[in-house]
Design a protein around this ligand. Structure first.
Ligand code: UD1
Length: 463
């Protein structure tokens, strides 16, 4: 397992090129199952999750080729075996996106239930209810979902749930309904840009979809999708863009980010501007100028068009160094605060009360050994480490490799000192205080998080 060793305190400067969106690429690859003529995807990032999706498709006897960087060719022939095994699904929840296209085109799918996750309880009940509304016979047995339908029928589907609309659920149902007999209306659909991108792909393949990007999506089912290859370029990754914006600010550097999907980041950028960040856009290039200490700000992560839950952890790292008190809640994954305790190890003053994290800004962070627990939490730790004085070691960075292409390489090009090293077996945390901290002394007190007694969860996160 790799880890990062980061020497913090250096401003990042220069130009960052974004890769294609992970969250758009994964359902797009699954959509290849529904297109008889095959699919050519461009701008697909080289990520562990993309590799896992390739393996999953290959395990179903789908032909997957990656002839050159960023390109993935997918041909799902008649012999596609619609079985997604636990071994692969447990590594990546987005594997569940194969359910819809398999059912729509082949009338059968057997897909493992994804299981536990570090960022909270993540059921797929809405996916299954939607497929059942389309006429699928759904059975759960031995940890697997088996879904069958001779031909799906258009239906009214409501994806309203207590935590907001489901993104991959909306993808799954669009990919199923596009091949159903008759019309489907999905109410309370997710509105994320990745949904719009998938709808654009399916439309190129002959699907009839309107309303993607709004909360009501209408689909007129067709007999079959394109017999010739469909060519689609995946949108840039808005979460990668947001992460680099914060990298510029937290290290007091100056970054230029061409082709940043600004319209997908409005609420996030508004929050940063409210904090006093100097961010502008000229000729399609996002310019971030760090330097001054930012003000605190409270926010709730929400479904699109709100501030994305996938940027909540990175924002927490930035707020940890801002002036004043901030409160953070996450309406999408209310328990997604495992990074708070690790940020505290770097000197942040964060307490978690129920579903709210209270961040008292500090002037400095200090390097320490920390543990990455999920993809975006890992990014938050890297950002904090870049700003911290001294050396930070971040273990389990494979989480980062799932969602950021060459993050360490990109950061190094901007002036960061980041070393990727082969981790030795994880040492248990020291039971005695390190030598520079005297327990008998009253001051300085180490910052303590309300949830810091929580043991590091070893469950894999598959966000
Ligand atoms: C997707 C993203 C992930 C992002 C998340 C929320 C991909 C590959 N992943 O995950 O990066 O953090 O959206 O923006 O696109 N829920 C239910 N029942 C369901 C499905 C979901 O109650 O059947 C709940 C979840 O527990 C969660 C909320 O709905 O609280 C949103 O989850 P969802 O949008 O489904 O997340 P994913 O699609 O898995």
């Amino acid at each position: 397992m790799d880890m990062f060793r980061i020497q913090g305190g250096r401003p990042l400067n220069g130009l960052v090129r974004l890769d294609g969106s992970k969250n758009a690429s994964l359902p797009a690859m699954a959509a290849g199952l529904a297109i008889p003529g095959g699919l050519i995807l461009r701008n697909v990032p080289a990520l562990l999750d993309v590799e896992t999706m390739s393996q999953l498709l290959t395990s179903m006897h789908v032909e997957v080729q990656q002839p050159r960087g960023g390109e993935v060719h997918i041909v799902a022939g008649r012999h596609t075996n619609g079985v997604a095994t636990y071994e692969l699904v447990r590594q990546m929840r987005a594997s569940v996106c194969v359910l819809g296209p398999l059912l729509g085109r082949f009338g059968r799918a057997t897909v493992s239930l994804p299981g536990g996750c570090n960022i909270g309880h993540r059921p797929i009940d809405l996916h299954l209810q939607g497929l059942a509304a389309l006429g699928a016979d759904i059975r759960l047995s031995g940890g697997y979902v088996t879904a069958r339908a001779r031909r799906l029928r258009g239906a009214e589907i409501d994806l309203g749930g207590p935590f907001g609309p489901t993104v991959t659920g909306t993808c799954n149902l669009m990919m199923a309904a596009v091949l159903a007999h008759g019309n489907t209306r999905i109410r309370n659909a997710a509105r994320e840009p990745e949904i719009v991108d998938l709808a654009a792909l399916l439309t190129k393949a002959g699907g009839r979809i309107s309303g993607a990007g709004t909360s009501v999506i209408e689909i007129e089912g067709v007999e079959s999708l394109s017999d010739s290859a469909v060519d689609h370029t995946v949108i840039p990754d808005r979460i990668e863009a947001g992460t680099f914006v914060i990298a510029g600010l937290i290290t007091t550097g100056q970054l230029l980010i061409p082709d940043a999907p600004l319209e997908s980041l409005t609420a996030f950028l508004e929050l940063l501007q409210h904090m006093g960040a100097d961010i502008s856009c000229e000729a399609g290039i996002l310019r971030v100028r760090g330097g001054k200490r930012l003000r605190s700000a409270s926010f709730t992560a929400q479904p699109f068009p709100g501030i994305p839950t996938d940027l909540q952890a990175q924002l927490m790292a930035l707020l940890a160094l801002s002036e004043g008190v901030s409160e953070i809640t996450d309406a999408v994954f209310p328990d997604r605060f495992m990074h708070a305790a690790e940020l505290v190890r770097l000197g942040a003053d964060i307490r978690v009360f129920g579903n709210t994290a209270r961040v008292q800004g500090v002037r400095e962070l200090h390097g320490a050994p920390v543990m990455a627990c999920d993809l975006r939490a890992s990014a938050a730790l890297v950002l904090a480490a870049l700003a911290a004085n001294g050396e930070t070691e971040i273990r389990r960075v494979y989480h980062l490799d799932r969602g950021y292409q060459g993050f360490d390489v990109k950061l190094s090009r901007l002036g960061a000192i980041v070393e990727r090293i082969q981790d030795t077996p994880e040492p248990s945390r020291p039971l005695i205080p390190p030598p520079h901290f005297d327990v008998d002394r009253k001051s300085p007190q180490p910052p303590v998080a309300a949830n810091s007694e929580k043991p590091a969860n070893s469950t894999e996160s598959t966000l």
